[in-house]
Design a protein around this ligand. Structure first.
Ligand SMILES: [Zn+2]
Ligand SMILES: [Zn+2]
Ligand SMILES: [Zn+2]
Ligand SMILES: [Zn+2]
Ligand SMILES: [Zn+2]
Ligand SMILES: [Zn+2]
Length: 229
């Protein structure tokens, strides 16, 4: 069975990874152990869930606009900083081109609730630190500061004051957690990549935005270059 993915020019085949073997997913850069989409001539691999990830999601961290899945960053630096965890990324991202929001594929599907062995209560994903009068918040796992711009997990009981980095909380992903029809639509039917529906008006709009941004970037580079001539 062959699949076409917008992030790769060749068709991909679904492959069951035998135990003992490991590949790196091009989409999220995490190791793949089970089912992968593969292009063997390019050594291009995707987790099945990364290959099937929705092209658009309505994400609670950015309710204003849908986030668009891009196979590679459109920035000149060809990398981005994830709004979720703060780490750089250079492969798949969910982005809002208008607001310069970029989120790792695996960060976009962080579980809303995590049971952590270091705390007796469940902790919940939150996208914005409360204003604590400018006081820095430190992660209860690694003791490093939590950047107020990044996401974190917290215990709902205020007396616990338990807040931890997303990457200190879990490496779990919940593929298909968010659909493109809003968070109510939590169940996503996994369809083979080749059977994805035709682009909608929203697809076309997002694609146009992307092209527009690339054009603006090109113009900017031209301008900068012409200043030096
Ligand atoms: Zn992946
Ligand atoms: Zn290839
Ligand atoms: Zn991230
Ligand atoms: Zn936006
Ligand atoms: Zn931490
Ligand atoms: Zn607690």
């Amino acid at each position: 069975m062959e699949y076409k993915h917008f992030g790769h020019q060749h068709t991909l085949t679904l492959y069951k990874v035998p135990t003992g073997q490991q590949y790196q997913c091009h989409g999220c850069h995490l190791p793949c152990h089970d089912s992968i989409f593969a292009c063997w001539s390019c050594s291009f691999f995707l987790h099945e869930h990364c290959g099937n990830a929705n092209r658009y999601v309505k994400h609670p961290s950015h309710p204003e606009h849908p986030l668009v899945l891009l196979p590679s960053p459109t920035y000149c630096s060809s990398s981005y900083l994830c709004n979720g965890c703060g780490a750089p990324g250079s492969s798949f991202s969910y982005c809002c081109p208008m607001c310069e929001v970029d989120v790792h594929l695996h960060c976009a599907y962080l579980p809303p609730k995590v049971t952590h062995q270091a705390h007796q209560h469940d902790v919940f994903l939150s996208f914005k630190l409360p204003d604590l009068g400018g006081a820095a918040v430190h992660c209860k796992i690694c003791a490093k500061e939590i950047n107020p711009k990044h996401w974190y997990y917290f215990c709902e009981k205020p007396e616990c004051g338990f807040r931890i980095h997303t990457f200190c909380a879990t490496n779990e992903v919940k593929p298909g957690l968010y659909g493109d029809d809003g968070p109510e639509d939590q169940v996503q039917v996994q369809t083979p990549v080749c059977a994805q529906p035709q682009p909608t008006a929203e697809d076309v709009l997002a694609e146009m935005l992307r092209i527009q941004i690339q054009l603006q970037m090109a113009q900017h580079i031209n301008q900068v270059n012409s200043n030096y001539i």
